[in-house]
Structures are given as structure tokens and as C-alpha cells.
Design a protein around this ligand. Structure first.
Ligand SMILES: NC(=O)c1ccc[n+]([C@@H]2O[C@H](COP(=O)([O-])OP(=O)(O)OC[C@H]3O[C@@H](n4cnc5c(N)ncnc54)[C@H](O)[C@@H]3O)[C@@H](O)[C@H]2O)c1
Length: 364
């Protein structure tokens, strides 16, 4: 089992990254090390998500560094300053619709940024003599199931499914994945990688399906459903994703990759109907009135039909399993958004409002 001490988390002010940092510091007794959170605080990053972590662990076990993963000099300096032995790379441009409207930022962060981190790790972790690397280091890359393309009604993505990315987002993530595995293969850099299905949970930016719908319901706004609403996604509670990532980081051999999924497929429209029930109950809304707000809008360009992940490898080899079922996870998520209105208000800036207007305005 690896002992990971000085961990550089990229994108730790985003949805999954902030939950990962919280998971390690609050719920993982076998982690006693330090975390450095490098985040550029793009529209999707919010340092307020970790304000309580900063006040409890800041300066001792938690350090925030504001900066860009493409900034080679900065990244190199952090390896030295904190003696980084582990990288967990979450930072990304992550929203498919944004990648359709403006792909350039996706290539910069998801491809060039990933390369910059890998190359800085290669330089920092070289052994003094010989061509090898220190034995106590690891670069873990966070991938998505979207790199595999789109499924028909049957079948699942396995770790050996050929890549077939179909949006600028998934293409840029696929390029990052390939670089990670190439650095492992070519240079022997100790790398591991996970490809996960759709996450949901606290602190997710409200452009994504579940928080968008929760907040629109609470504000009495239309509930926009793309196309016929029958696209299928596999959903996993964010803490289960993070426990899987930690399991892989601790137990997996270098060079390995694992799929992570919830074994929990939902058509978008069925998910929305279920969510309407949960939100209406918790917020005391008139369920029929909320249902009548469902509005079908023009589909996303190139919208993949179905994603479904086969996660039997991580279950079999590393004994990981999901612990939160969908009803419980959704209930926790809705409760979190109801209790954290200040967090929501703080990120719904002018930039976000303008983006919503551009993305949904054109679909009416
Ligand atoms: N959300 C999902 O359902 C899901 C599923 C599978 C995989 N993933 C992957 O997980 C990772 C995290 O996703 P998320 O949903 O938390 O994303 P997010 O958009 O919520 O957060 C991304 C974070 O990265 C930061 N960032 C962006 N560009 C940066 C740069 N150049 N330098 C430094 N920081 C930068 C942002 O400020 C933000 O804090 C991504 O790699 C994504 O591809 C997400």
C-alpha cells in the first residue's frame, strides 16, 4: 500500500476536487499528510467551498495556491516548496456545452495543462542516479467515461473499449488520458488513471443537470430538457467517486487504469421526474405545478445517446464498492442546496447568467 504524504490536488476548488479534499481531511484516517490545492479559480472554481477546511486545517495540512496548471514555472516551484510526492489531477474545463461554444480553453487546460503537470512531475521525481523515478511518488489522473463515445441500447464501457470521443470536451480529455498513459509507458513515470461516469452531490456548479434543475425548481423557472429526454447517463454520488480514486491511489499498481461507475442508469427525463419528487417534498412545493414546468428544448449538438460503465475491475481487484444509493444521494444533494443558498448566490455571477442566456436562449 502506498503512503502518500504531500499531495498536490489540481482543481480542488471545483466540484469533485473540493469534495475530494474534504473526504481526505475529514473522513480518511489513514491519510495523515498535507494537501496543496492548485486552482485557477475559473468561473467553476469557488474557494468558498473549502472555507471551513481552510480555517481548520489551513497552514498545517491544507494550503491553497491560486494559479494555472499551464504555468510551468509555478508548477515546478510548488513541487519544490511542498516536497510534492503525489499529484491528483482534477483541474479541467468540464462542461460539454461550453466546449461546443468555445473549445480553445479545453485544449489549453485539458491537454497543455495535463502535459505541463506530467512533465514537471517527470523532472521533479527523477532519481539522482540512473534513469528511474523515486518509488514513493504517484501521478493520478481523473478521467471521464465520455472518452469512450456513445453506446446503443446494450453494452458497457470497459477499460479496453476503444476511445471514440465525440465532443471537444471529451476529445481534449482523451488527449490528456493518452499523455498520462504515454508518460507511464515511455518514461516509467508512476501513473494511475480512473474514468468515471456522471457525478452528483454538494458543491456542483449549477450549469450541470442536477443542480440546474434543483435551483430552477426552487425559483419556479422552466426545467429545460434536451431533445426527447431519453439520453441515458450512469450516476454516482461524488463521495463514492472519491473513495474509489483514493482506493486506486493507495492500492493499484502503477500504469493501471480503472473505470468507476454507479451501475445506476437513468434516462434524463426519468431522472428529472424522480428529482421533482425529492425537491417538492423537501422544499414543500406543489409537485404538479413543478412537473408542468418541464420544457423540451433543442438538443445539444452531437449529443451522445447512452453512457454506461462496467466497473467490475475495480470491484474485483481492489474491493471497492459504491456505498450511497441514488435515492439517498439525491436526498442529501437536495438538502445541501436548500441549506447553502449563500454558496449558490455567490457563484451565480454575471458571467454565469450571461452563459445561461447564451446556451439556453438559442434553444427556445
Ligand atoms: N463532473 C462529473 O460528472 C465528472 C465525471 C467524470 C470525470 N470528471 C472529471 O473530473 C474532474 C473534475 O470535474 P468537476 O466536475 O469537479 O469540474 P469543475 O468544472 O467543477 O471544476 C474544475 C476546477 O478546475 C479549475 N481549473 C480549470 N482550469 C484550470 C487551470 N487551467 N488551472 C488550474 N485550475 C483550473 C477550476 O477553477 C475548477 O475549480 C475533471 O477532470 C472532469 O473531466 C467529472
Amino acid at each position: 500500500m502506498r503512503s502518500l504524504k504531500n499531495v498536490l490536488v489540481t482543481g480542488g476548488a471545483g466540484f469533485i476536487g473540493c469534495n475530494f479534499i474534504r473526504f481526505l481531511l475529514e473522513k480518511t484516517p489513514d491519510f495523515t499528510g498535507r494537501i496543496v490545492n492548485l486552482d485557477a479559480l475559473t468561473y467553476a472554481g469557488n474557494a468558498a467551498s473549502l472555507a471551513d477546511i481552510d480555517s481548520r486545517f489551513g497552514g498545517r495540512r491544507y494550503f491553497f495556491e491560486h494559479g494555472d496548471i499551464c504555468d510551468r514555472a509555478l508548477v515546478e516551484s510548488l513541487f519544490v516548496k511542498y516536497g510534492i510526492d503525489t499529484v491528483v489531477h482534477f483541474a479541467a474545463e468540464s462542461h460539454v456545452d461550453r466546449s461546443i461554444l468555445g473549445p480553445e480553453a479545453f485544449v489549453k487546460t485539458n491537454v497543455v495543462g495535463t502535459f505541463t503537470l506530467l512533465d514537471a512531475a517527470r523532472a521533479a521525481w527523477k532519481e539522482d542516479s540512473g534513469g528511474g523515478f523515486r518509488q514513493d511518488v504517484l501521478f493520478h489522473h481523473i478521467g471521464t467515461d465520455e472518452v469512450y463515445g456513445s453506446l446503443g441500447e446494450a453494452g458497457f464501457f470497459t477499460e479496453s473499449t476503444p476511445y471514440d470521443p465525440r465532443s471537444p470536451y471529451s476529445a481534449s480529455k482523451a488527449a490528456g488520458d493518452h499523455l498520462v498513459m504515454a508518460y507511464g509507458h515511455t518514461y516509467g513515470l508512476p501513473v494511475t488513471m480512473t474514468n468515471c461516469s456522471n457525478n452528483y452531490g454538494p458543491c456542483q456548479f449549477p450549469e450541470k443537470l442536477i443542480p440546474l434543475m434543483i435551483l430552477n425548481m426552487l425559483e419556479g423557472k422552466p426545467l429545460p430538457v434536451y431533445g426527447d429526454g431519453k439520453n441515458i447517463r450512469d450516476w454516482l454520488f461524488v463521495e463514492d467517486h472519491n473513495s474509489a480514486v483514493w482506493t486506486v491511489m493507495r492500492k493499484s499498481a502503477s500504469g493501471e487504469r480503472y473505470n468507476i461507475g454507479g451501475e445506476n442508469e437513468w434516462e434524463n427525463i426519468r431522472l428529472l421526474e424522480f428529482l421533482i419528487g425529492v425537491v417538492s417534498e423537501q422544499a414543500g412545493l406543489d409537485i404538479e405545478k413543478v412537473r408542468s414546468s418541464i420544457t423540451y428544448v433543442k438538443d445539444r449538438l452531437g449529443h451522445d445517446r447512452r453512457y454506461a460503465v462496467d466497473c467490475s475491475k475495480i470491484k474485483r481487484e481492489l474491493c471497492w464498492k459504491r456505498s450511497v444509493d441514488f435515492a439517498e444521494g439525491l436526498s442529501k444533494t437536495v438538502a445541501w442546496y436548500l441549506a447553502n443558498t449563500q454558496w449558490v448566490d455567490s457563484i451565480r455571477s454575471g458571467e454565469y447568467q450571461r452563459w445561461v442566456e447564451k446556451n439556453y436562449g438559442e434553444r427556445r
